[in-house]
Design a protein. Structure first.
Length: 95
């Protein structure tokens, strides 16, 4: 898992979202905008992707190279991170 303390500053904070831990399944090019938006709203972003070189890795506060099809590994990661919510736009991640 990597942590980015130098990630871009928040711009438009939402009080209901601020401080919540959001797990975003998939951190590819299509998910990078969602990661950025969640951070701007004040969420602490945790992203996973099968590729350790995923574009969203650089956008998220935290990243782990976990394939979305590995449900048990994803659950372990989410529990350890005390995730408040989960989001995905990756069709393979939706059963």
């Amino acid at each position: 898992m990597s942590v980015r303390p130098d990630a871009p500053a928040l711009v438009e904070i939402d009080r209901e979202i601020t401080g919540k831990r959001l797990l975003i399944l998939g951190a590819g090019l299509w998910q990078a905008d969602y990661i950025r938006r969640a951070r701007r709203l004040g969420a602490e972003t945790w992203a996973t992707d099968w590729s350790d070189d995923a574009v969203g890795k650089l956008e998220a506060d935290h990243f782990a190279p976990i394939d979305v099809t590995h449900a048990e590994e994803t659950l372990i990661f989410a529990r350890r991170a005390r995730i408040d919510g989960v989001f995905t736009a990756a069709d393979v991640a939706v059963p």
